[in-house]
Design a protein. Structure first.
Length: 353
């Protein structure tokens, strides 16, 4: 028999627009309830990625947020402590195509109430300004704020040491000052060096979330991240698994999933390329190699007075004190960035010897 009937088996991977619609529905209705601050966080991250990248969003896909949007101004009045979350959601929904002008009302309310004046952090003030100026209101009006932010990102030696809090603040300052890549931030070469330093630590720590943010911030400053970093992030992005079911735990890696796919979008790749259903879902990273950062730091501390800031010297001295895997990771890191030797000099902390 020569006649062969071929069955057209539909792909489990939806179109990009359909995948985005599925994710909007998931975060809006399936994982958490709207009164949960983590609902605000998850949906805020999803919408921010869509708004800042210009990924395609079907108009009907936003309908899942219609109930939240119509009540957003009232919710802000009752929960002013969450004003940055609420403003971000309303602004992004409108900018993505939600009809209405609730965000402008909310910005005016936040300005009248002086909500940004309650912030103790320059970073939070910068975020408030970034949000409210999208509807023509500057709640800060202080030139010194930008000066302090630029001074922070320009202090490169801060980022030659493992400090996740400082590294995340670095990336977010770049996000806010560049309006997520849509304007020049007038940041000097020191900011780029700081991003390289923080990226080297994130790479040694195998921290995909942080490294993705660093690579995105580099792109917003017009810089090309080291190809080794972007290739590793692409591999990490492809390695996520999605599990669907009513009883799956949502104590998962959703944030890393979103940020890695944001990076993929910035790099022009195919994002959210996973089988996505309509029910409750969780996201898990693929098991990876053990991060080398802790082992390297402990070995350097143990070297004590034998520790120097010269990488060519320390490469030989560490060869017998760290595992082959950790040493290989250091060698790869050294080859990824022209800033490595300057980074290592600070990372070694040998200056007081």
């Amino acid at each position: 028999m020569s006649n062969i009937i071929q069955l057209a088996v539909p792909s489990r991977i939806l179109s990009l627009e359909a995948r985005i619609t599925a994710l909007l529905g998931l975060f809006a209705t399936e994982r958490r309830i709207g009164d949960d601050v983590f609902w605000l966080k998850e949906n805020g991250e999803m919408l921010n990625i869509l708004q800042s990248t210009g990924l395609p969003v079907a108009p009907e896909a936003l309908a899942v947020h219609a109930g939240f949007y119509t009540q957003a101004a009232k919710r802000l009045q009752f929960f002013p402590q969450y004003y940055r979350f609420l403003l971000s959601l309303a602004l992004d929904l409108e900018d993505l195509g939600m009809p209405g002008h609730e965000a402008e009302k909310m910005v005016q309310f936040a300005a009248r109430e002086g909500l940004a004046e309650a912030e103790m952090s320059d970073l939070q003030r910068a975020e408030a300004r970034r949000l409210m100026t999208r509807r023509g209101v500057d709640p800060v009006r202080e030139q010194g704020l930008d000066d302090r932010l630029r001074a922070f990102v320009s202090r490169t030696k801060t980022f030659s040491l493992p400090n996740k809090k400082a590294a995340y603040e670095l990336t977010h300052i770049v996000f806010y000052l560049t309006q997520y890549g849509h304007r020049s931030a007038d940041l000097g070469p020191e900011a780029v060096t700081s991003l390289h330093f923080a990226g080297l630590t994130a790479f040694l720590d195998q921290n995909a979330d942080l490294l993705a943010e660093i690579c995105i911030a580099m792109r917003f400053l017009g810089e090309v991240p080291p190809p080794v970093w972007t290739a590793w992030l692409r591999h990490q992005t492809a390695g996520f698994t999605v599990e669907e079911g009513e009883h799956v735990s949502i104590n998962d890696d959703y944030h890393d999933f979103l940020i890695c796919n944001w990076h993929e979008a910035i790099e022009g790749g195919d994002v959210f390329r996973k089988p996505l259903g309509t029910g409750k879902m969780r996201f898990d990273k693929a098991p990876g190699h053990t991060a080398a950062l802790r082992e390297i730091s402990q070995a350097m501390l143990a070297l004590d007075e034998a520790r120097v800031g010269d990488w060519s010297v320390m490469r030989r001295r560490m060869a017998s004190t760290v595992s082959e895997e950790a040493l290989d990771m250091l060698e790869v890191a050294a080859s990824t960035s022209a800033h490595f030797e300057a980074y290592f000099e600070g990372f070694a902390r040998a200056g007081a010897q």
